[in-house]
Design a protein around this ligand. Structure first.
Ligand code: SAM
Length: 276
């Protein structure tokens, strides 16, 4: 297990994922108490003065977000969370999905995040210490999510693997599909990188084969997908998206691709099953 999210924290892909997660959480909360399951939680909070300075991904992501003057509301919501974590200004600390979600829980909401890497799990537990309704646990997030979703009907599930293992696409698709088949009220968001279109199409085909005929696909393409060795963009695929998700994803992906992408960057937001 070599993946370290600390190199990538605060990059364009985190901005897309986290802005959309904040919106999805708010929408789910509008319908009553929510149980959030985060299959791949990570450390919870990232110090961008460490590994991230070497990758420069945060410099091209959250640093530009915080310097931007033209933030639309759903992007602004994420910027406010970054400000909350950095009360003295700047963006030395960046919130991961556990902290973003835990900070928004109401008394009847719950969060559980799974993390397989023991040192990262220890950081997660420390980050979640102040939040009574949030817990970090060890274990395989795919396996755990199914049994936890069974017990928490109407859950909001985030599946955010590192995609360092060849079976991550298959397991992510199968887990997402199994959860919404078992509980049609659950909403599942799966983050994936966009390297080449065949890999991504294979992921969507797997969802289709698993019985998911309609899902929201929110893509931020930061450059043409010509070099499959690079992360040329990212996508969040949402099963059972709440009303308004297409517009929300367009606002987020459009801003990130348009403001942070290369020439030729663009957002593609569409529903599967509509010939998209
Ligand atoms: N969701 C986090 C966020 O948005 O802040 C980032 C998660 S990071 C992309 C993926 C994390 O999953 C890594 O910390 C890695 O150690 C962990 N991981 C890898 N395989 C796992 C598995 N099968 N179950 C749970 N965690 C896993």
């Amino acid at each position: 297990m070599n993946y370290r999210h600390s190199f990538h924290a605060g990059n364009f892909a985190d901005l897309v994922k986290h802005a959309l997660v904040l919106w999805l959480l708010e929408r789910r909360q509008a319908g009553g108490p929510v149980a959030v399951i985060d299959t791949h939680a990570g450390a919870g909070v990232y110090d961008l003065t460490g590994d991230a300075t070497r990758s420069k991904e945060a410099e091209a992501g959250v640093a530009r977000l915080m310097a931007a003057a033209d933030r639309p509301p759903l992007i602004e919501a994420l910027a406010r969370e970054v400000e909350r974590l950095n009360p003295n200004g700047g963006a030395n600390l960046y919130p991961g999905s556990p902290l973003l979600i835990a900070g928004r829980l109401r008394p009847d909401d719950r969060y559980v995040g799974f993390e397989l890497n023991p040192p990262v799990l220890a950081m997660l537990e420390e980050a979640l210490e102040p939040f009574d309704q949030a817990v970090g646990m060890g274990g395989d997030g795919y396996d755990q999510a199914r049994s936890w979703a069974d017990r928490a009907l109407g859950a909001f599930v985030l599946i955010d693997p590192p995609f360092e293992r060849p079976d991550d696409y298959l397991r992510a698709a199968d887990t997402a599909a199994a959860i919404v088949r078992a509980d049609p009220r659950a909403t599942v968001a799966v983050w994936t990188p966009l390297k080449d279109l065949e890999t991504f199409d294979g992921f969507l085909r797997r969802l289709d084969q698993a019985g998911i005929k309609r899902a929201l696909v929110a893509e931020a393409r930061m450059r043409p997908l010509t070099n499959p060795m690079k992360m040329n963009g990212c996508a969040v695929v949402v099963l059972n998206p709440p009303t308004g998700a297409e517009a929300a994803a367009s606002e987020i992906c459009g801003w990130v691709a348009g403001r942070l992408g290369d020439a030729g960057a663009r957002a593609e937001v569409w529903m599967t099953g509509e010939g998209g």
